[in-house]
Design a protein around this ligand. Sequence first.
Ligand SMILES: Cc1cc2nc3c(=O)[nH]c(=O)nc-3n(C[C@H](O)[C@H](O)[C@H](O)COP(=O)(O)OP(=O)(O)OC[C@H]3O[C@@H](n4cnc5c(N)ncnc54)[C@H](O)[C@@H]3O)c2cc1C
Length: 503
Amino acid sequence: MARALETVWVFGDQLNRKIGALATAKPETHRILIIESAGKIASRRWHVQRAHFLVTSMRRFALELEQAGFKVDYRKSATMRKGFKEHVAKFSPSQISVTEPNSYTARQLVASLKVQTVKSNQFLCHPDDYAKFAGDKKSIKMEDFYRWQRKRHDVLMDGKNGDQPVGGKWNFDEENREPPPKSGHDRWPKPKQHKLDKIDQQVLDDLPSSVFGKKPDGLWATSRADALVRLKYFVKELLPTFGEHEDAMLESNWHLAHSLLSPYLNNGLLLAQEVVDAAADAFAKGNVPINSAEGFIRQILGWREYIWNCYWRWMPEYAERNHLQAHRPLPPLFTNPKKTKMKCVSTILNGVNERAYSHHIERLMVLGNFALISGTDPQQFTKWMWNSYIDAHEWVMVPNVLGMSLYADGGQLATKPYASGGAYIDRMSNHCKGCHYDRKKRTGDDACPFTVLYWDFFLRHEKAFVKNPRVARSVRAAQQLSDVVELKKTAKKILQRLDDGEA
Ligand SMILES: Cc1cc2nc3c(=O)[nH]c(=O)nc-3n(C[C@H](O)[C@H](O)[C@H](O)COP(=O)(O)OP(=O)(O)OC[C@H]3O[C@@H](n4cnc5c(N)ncnc54)[C@H](O)[C@@H]3O)c2cc1C
């Protein structure tokens, strides 16, 4: 009798032949299991582009593996656990291996089943290595971690012993915080797009009617080949100008020089190592200035890996944190941008409906900032973002939203709350021109909600922040405002309008 094949179980965010257990699998000895869980797909009101992206990528990956000679059990099942049991009952595999999953819940599931877990190589810092780096330090600065990563991965390193940063500095952020240029807003080439095919259509037909947002139009790649095309295009056409306007926001250009690569990094179509290598190589060939190369590499080798490790260090309690006791239910404007007259917010939210994406500063300094200063419930806001974004996964959403954006962890991840008023948005964007609200006003019906709630936030939380060296000045400035009483009244009115969907 022929020996039963071993099974390699691949999760939907591990879609790469080089990852963990799959890296050593062979068509002669291994069958691949991929489970599409109907329960997971129907569990939330997902953005249609996000649901389509994840499911289509899985189905295409299964076909690629079949083309490479593997037997693939692509199993549509009610739940992951049920799908696993059905697979075992049907094939009685001699052994089942799985690469360490990327979420806490999936690891719990795997731990409860008879499977062999293989260490993951999907990230550039495994939690075991991070634990060694962290030792018994109470807190880890991203900057220290990033420098350590640069050295040990030998990225943009120089000097006799290769121990100095190329360009003489670790950080070129100062050159990368330029406001938007006054003109030439179409200088950044448009993102690549491809035509949808029968597989895309089939997935769309299979999705539940609860999905929302504009249907996919080929902006997001769903195969490794197309993701590689996007990577090449980014490195050649956009990376050279990545740095300068990294933090800028434009009403008329949603992408600027951002890579739009996060969805592929997060579901495995691209690997962090190859993205970092491509950027470092373009720099070495003289095609990209150091501020752009370093700025981009910092995001992946530094921030992305730091966030990944914060997740594993602090979960599962972390997801429940609400340090500032923010209990406002998710304001209606997040699910219906017509319910706000704030131009920055409605432009970005319309963009999210259109493409399940907005760039980092729009997430942090507009949407996240607004949720922070309006006292929105961190878990509700996280859930909304998670449902809405193309690149959302628990490991990256939870620390970015709860920690970086909402200070819900009491400063474990970010040492200050990223609160800001209309002045910041005006400096870094062109949204304020023509807005219904006046970003300079902090009282009256047309006072900018960002400006009013910014001051109100520091008054509400003066005790929590007056001793924080990074924001103590804002607290003291708020306390010294000449119109505190009137400002507080205006804030109250704005929050009422917000709850009523009339902000
Ligand atoms: C409130 C909030 C929510 C976020 N939610 C997500 C999310 O669900 N998924 C996600 O991948 N990123 C998330 N981020 C991080 C960051 O905003 C996105 O990675 C980035 O905007 C993706 O667009 P891009 O690929 O064009 O990025 P680029 O600007 O081109 O940056 C390059 C890459 O760096 C990585 N990166 C940069 N910053 C971070 C970060 N803070 N955390 C993790 N990776 C980072 C991403 O992989 C990104 O593709 C969030 C940030 C905030 C403030």
